[in-house]
Design a protein around this ligand. Structure first.
Ligand SMILES: [Mn+2]
Length: 311
């Protein structure tokens, strides 16, 4: 075969260069019907009651959480000004909202500055503050929760009742009861609690799975573990098999991966750090609250406008 024949189907690179030079910049699409978008705010690994570590104890954690929660209304307004308004806000509890007092790791009892009832009281107040901050700013507010390992009802270090007998669900259930008792103010807020380890929600047309992330095995990089765990759920045709996005917490640092062809996101934690993890790895995951936009309005990926409210 001669070189001329090989050239036959090649694109004309000079013409492509002219096309790049002359192409007019694309304007943001304007459509009469509003594309679907929701703002998802992840309430992850607060571990209230955990005593002072690298970033302080419960008082410092409370300050960080309030600061992050108070920035949500500004984020909603920012997106509106940018021409990407959201039609709903999802507040999703990803688990480990309270530290609990024993049964999760050696020395836990020595490492807490509040008892369980006090921890839950603070979690309840903070979740209620989060709802109060955003109620009415969009037509719908959805409060949701999945169970974490620190929420488990444990005996001798093991969960001994059911997956759903969990403080991470109980505290959101308590808030839901408060909201239901005040329909005039909170009518636009609905609550969804996981009925097992995971939860799948249709968020503005995109199926999104939430799990705490502690059931994905013991060793390896968190993204690899969680993506492998997700593949198992797909093979077993579990409800989360059809999700386009999986969002978890548990490992405390931010990760976003598309290596499987679907999106896996691990939300950063809001707790005060872990001396145990720092001793082992040398690392200290920066605290932050992740928010992101999800919906068919974000195109084929289904998400965008990812932001970490660091405090
Ligand atoms: Mn955890």
């Amino acid at each position: 075969m001669r070189a001329r024949e090989l050239d036959y189907d090649r694109p004309d690179v000079d013409a492509l260069c002219r096309l790049i030079e002359r192409r007019k910049p694309v304007k943001a699409p304007q459509s009469a019907s509003q594309p679907l978008r929701a703002l998802v705010c992840l309430i992850a690994d607060w571990q209230l009651g955990k005593a002072g570590e690298a970033n302080g104890g419960t008082p410092e954690t409370i300050q960080r959480i309030c600061q992050a929660l108070d920035l949500i209304p500004a984020r909603i307004r920012e997106l509106k000004r940018a021409g990407r308004p959201v039609e709903s806000v999802y507040l999703v509890g990803l688990g480990d909202l309270v530290e609990q007092c024993s049964g999760h790791y050696p020395g836990q009892t020595f490492n807490v500055d509040l008892d369980r009832r006090e921890q839950l009281r603070l979690a309840r107040r903070l979740i209620l503050r989060a709802v109060d901050n955003i109620i009415g700013l969009t037509p719908r507010t959805i409060l949701a929760a999945v169970p974490g390992n620190h929420g488990e009802n444990r005996l001798n270090g093991k969960a001994f009742t059911r997956t759903t007998d969990n403080d991470d669900l109980a505290v959101v259930e308590q808030v839901a009861e408060i909201l239901a008792a005040n329909p005039d103010r909170y009518e636009s807020c609905t609550t969804v609690l996981a009925t097992g380890n995971n939860l799948v929600l249709d968020i503005a047309g995109i199926p999104v799975a939430f799990a705490h992330g502690h059931k994905a095995g013991a060793s390896g990089h968190p993204a690899a573990k969680l993506e492998n765990w997700w593949k198992g759920q797909v093979m077993g045709r579990q409800p989360i098999a059809d999700a386009d996005i999986l969002i978890t917490g548990h490992y405390h640092h931010f990760i976003c991966s598309e290596t499987t062809g679907r999106t896996f996101i691990q939300a950063p934690a809001m707790d005060g750090g872990s001396a145990w993890w720092t001793d082992m790895s040398g690392q200290n995951s920066p605290a932050g609250m992740l928010t992101l936009g999800i919906g068919t309005g974000y195109g084929p990926r289904g998400w965008g406008d990812l932001h970490i409210h660091s405090a």
